[in-house]
Design a protein around this ligand. Structure first.
Ligand code: WT7
Length: 647
């Protein structure tokens, strides 16, 4: 087997890129013809960004799981689809072939149907990183139900908000999950969440930790019992639901600069084709390779590059339940050695954290199977890049720095491993079909090496990163609120998709993403809105007002710094900080806990009452000498106090 649309040389990349821009419909139409369709599409693309209205492959009918499972179960039944490594080094790994995975997914389809699930229903998944999570995701897709996976670190309140927003009727969870030395009581958190969720009729619970859980009659059932019932009933095969190209496939919630997280909606055909195309080209996957993406399936990276991209390509995807530092900081390297991993796709925050443990844990490991390394989630600093290149890739593995977002479905800007040049800290060039454009604050394009690579500027330029033409993986809407989708992504600059990222472009046309230009933080590669954290902090009884900003953090990339006006009975700052952290954990989850909390008597505000975050950001960064003009503040004296009290 080979991939007909895998780009094999730099010249070919330039040629394909040019064609993809000159005639995007011909380009994507040709790629789409390599997939299994129940009915061919009539129209490749219909779009306008002002609505926004985006439809790819209209008229086409398909089921993504026939492309991810059935076709490979037929042609390569014994190829491992999923290899799973436990959190526990003593628990045997599992290897599930395409043939076996198809059976397991079919069985679980029956379970879903027996519990009343049908096409279009929303199903919430709150599960540990075990193969059953992938099986549940695929079973939802096979029966046409819309999955909404919620990361296992989110609180009951966050789950309830997501379940209610999507009006989920079914929840799939586990008794608990392992993460390093910790046990996470997943079912108990779900029980707390469901107190607020009237739409949920059934909860299916997988056994993982054997933690005692409460099981409510009529609502809760065990995964294993349900599977037994199906097995006893005989033939497990389930005819995949025939889906329209633009039927929703899943919802995934992500944070923005305002309000509660939005449910980003991806649809069946475009998302499938885009994750497949980018997986095959960016990582240069070859049949037989073992692909190890270290993300959690609770984030978009897991959806696209653990499940759908690899499986739609008939690849072997390695899924790891644990964390990189448990039982020691050599765990990733053990796994690479044990399974002879060929592609390692991870995050800068993990690399920086592992760097701090030194290279002794690497020396005893055989990493010679590695061919390609990948980075995602935040800008990778040069030091981490070089360490990764030298100590893990031994100087011979290309590193792909992949820039993308939950909303983009798949990678938009990246080098192609070993094919197009890498440049440390640069995501480099756009993938075929992707048309980046830098604009200034007024939306005026900064012309040069976008789209054509012909008319290049002679210098590096900088601006806000936009995309000017749809690609198949672009989000279609935000669940239940299309206007919010328009306002967030398509209204800042007319006829452009605005990414929220600032960006540089060098004179060769390489893009370097510099970070968010909105009030969104990127903590350990996870997106968190400052407004969301402030709302959580403000729920604490003693808090009068708060302001949250990001600051550079050695491991996490960005840390969370909270300035708080407190008016409670407590007078012990340390205890207050602990209480605030507890509150944030309850409301959002531990990932949103501030790293630093400073109690202040006032916040720097303009005369109209707007908090001057610019000043707080400077103080948090430690750049207290360059605060700029503070004369327009309501109370300039407060700045001195905050500077002095800086943590
Ligand atoms: C934001 C998207 C894409 C999956 C993981 C995060 C930042 C992502 C890179 C990169 C610099 C990056 C951007 C983007 N980001 N990849 N290679 N270089 N920054 O998905 O939670 O939707 O966050 O992550 O700021 O907007 P997400």
């Amino acid at each position: 087997m080979s991939y007909p649309y895998q780009i094999k040389s730099l010249e070919q990349y330039h040629e394909v890129y040019k064609q993809s821009i000159e005639n995007p419909e011909k380009f994507w139409g040709e790629i789409a013809s390599h997939f299994l369709w129940r009915k061919p599409f009539d129209n490749v693309l219909d779009w306008n960004f002002s609505a926004p209205h985006i439809e790819w492959f209209k008229g086409g009918q398909l089921n993504i799981t026939e492309n991810c499972l059935d076709r490979w179960a037929e042609t390569q039944p014994d190829t491992p689809a999923i290899i799973w490594e436990s959190n526990d080094i003593n628990e045997p790994h599992r290897s599930i072939s395409y043939k076996e995975l198809l059976v397991k997914v079919n069985q679980f389809c029956h379970v879903l149907k027996n519990n009343g699930a049908k096409k279009g229903d929303r199903i919430c998944l709150y599960m540990p990183m075990v193969p059953e999570l992938a099986i549940a995701v695929l079973a939802c897709a096979r029966i046409g139900a819309i999955h909404s996976v919620v990361f296992g670190g989110f609180s009951a309140q966050s789950i309830a908000d997501r379940i209610n927003d999507a009006q989920c009727t079914l929840v799939i969870t586990a008794d608990g999950g392992y993460r390093g030395a910790k046990e996470i009581p997943l079912k108990s958190v779900i029980d707390d969440a469901l107190v607020q969720c009237t739409s949920v009729q059934k909860v299916i619970v997988l056994t993982r930790t054997q933690t005692p859980v409460s099981m409510i009659k009529g609502r809760d059932c065990w995964w294993e019992d349900e599977i037994n019932n199906v097995e006893n009933a005989g033939n497990p095969f389930v005819e995949a639901e025939v889906m329209e190209a633009e039927d929703p496939l899943f919802i995934l919630y992500t944070s923005g600069s305002t309000g509660k997280p939005k449910g980003v909606v991806h649809t069946c055909a475009g998302y499938m084709i885009y994750t497949n195309y980018t997986f095959i080209n960016v990582f240069q996957y070859q049949p037989g390779d073992i692909h190890f993406c270290t993300a959690d399936i609770g984030w978009i990276t897991g959806h696209s590059y653990i499940i759908y991209g690899p499986l739609s390509a008939g690849a072997t995807t390695l899924m790891f339940e644990g964390i990189p530092t448990w039982p020691d900081a050599g765990r990733f390297w053990d796994i690479i050695d044990k399974f002879k991993v060929n592609i390692l796709y991870t995050a800068p925050t993990a690399i920086r954290s592992l760097m701090s443990f030194g290279t002794d844990v690497i020396k005893r490991k055989d990493l010679r199977s590695l061919k390609v390394l990948g980075s995602v989630g935040e800008p990778i600093n040069e030091e981490a890049w070089h360490w990764f290149h030298e100590h893990i890739g031994k100087g011979k593995c290309p590193i792909v720095d992949t820039w993308w977002q939950t909303e983009t479905g798949g990678i938009l800007i990246s080098n192609l491993a070993g094919i197009t040049p890498q440049k440390p800290s640069y995501a480099t060039l756009p993938l075929p079909g992707v048309q980046p454009l830098l604009v200034d604050e007024n939306g005026v394009p900064i012309l040069g090496g976008d789209a054509s690579l012909q008319d290049l500027p002679s210098e590096t330029v900088s601006g806000n990163l936009c995309i000017r033409h749809p690609w198949p993986g672009i989000l279609r809407t935000t669940y239940g609120d299309h206007e919010r989708c328009r306002l967030t992504y398509f209204s800042t600059y007319p006829n452009l998709y605005f990414t929220g990222d600032g960006c540089l472009r060098d004179k060769e046309g390489n893009y370097r993403i510099t970070g968010r230009v909105d009030d969104v933080l990127n903590v350990s590669g996870h997106r968190i809105g400052t407004a969301e954290v402030e709302n959580a902090i403000n729920m604490h009884t003693g808090v009068v007002e708060s302001a949250v900003v990001g600051y550079p953090h050695d491991i996490k990339g960005q840390g969370i710094y909270a300035f708080i006006i407190f008016n409670g009975v407590l007078d012990d700052d340390k205890l207050i900080a602990q209480d605030i952290n507890q509150t944030v954990s309850r409301v959002i989850g531990a990932i949103a806990k501030p790293d630093k909390i400073q109690i202040v008597s006032g916040l720097p505000k303009t005369r109209s009452g707007k908090i001057m975050r610019r000043i707080l950001r400077k103080i948090a960064e430690g750049d207290t000498d360059n605060l700029g003009d503070i004369s327009t503040l309501l109370d300039p004296a407060v700045v001195e106090e905050i500077k002095t009290g800086r943590i």
